[in-house]
Write a protein that binds this ligand. Structure first.
Ligand code: NI
Length: 172
């Protein structure tokens, strides 16, 4: 297991849509383990494969954020959101946008079909933070980012803040 570096916006690799996972093998298990470790180390509630430069349709989520809550790791491979109900606004963060928190409008409840790390199919209905995390991470698989959900003004401000940080990181 290893913590992998997380790509930060505006890294162009974040825009590459993920390909369907076809092989449920040891390599995939190792990737899932690395993604979980990377998410917990960050720390974050979700991480999608494109965020570590792996263009595959897969993400991990753990919304158990309390210090005494047992971990609740969920793995979604080849996910598909099949139903979206209601709307809700939530202040989201993203490990690819460190320090940025912005209100994003999402569906309040979702139904998702996916496979687990062994290829077993499952369907899940989610609400609350889990529903938001599923929609946020699923966007990453299409090369979509939280910035795409913002107003033009907020998008410009976030872009500028991140571009400045990116330029600084490149020279230091
Ligand atoms: Ni994100």
């Amino acid at each position: 297991m290893a913590v992998r570096p997380i790509l930060h916006y505006p890294d162009k690799r974040l825009r590459i849509p993920g390909k369907a996972v076809e092989a449920f093998d040891d390599e995939l298990t190792a990737l899932v383990d690395d993604m979980a470790e990377t998410m917990y180390a960050a720390p974050g509630v979700g991480l999608a494969a494109p965020q570590i430069g792996v263009s595959l349709r897969l993400f991990v989520i753990d919304v158990a954020t309390g210090p005494d809550e047992p971990s609740d790791l969920r793995v979604f491979v080849n996910p598909e959101i099949v139903e979206r109900v209601g709307t809700v606004c939530y202040e989201e963060g993203c490990l690819s946008f460190p320090g940025i928190h912005e209100e994003v409008k999402r569906a309040e409840r979702v139904a998702v079909r996916a496979q687990d790390a062994q290829g077993e199919r499952f369907e899940l209905e989610a609400d609350g933070l889990l529903a938001i995390a599923i929609q946020h991470e699923n966007d990453h698989l299409d090369g979509e980012l939280m910035i795409d959900h913002l107003s033009l003004l907020r998008r410009r401000l976030v872009h500028r803040a991140m571009a400045k940080r990116f330029a600084k990181a490149a020279v230091s």
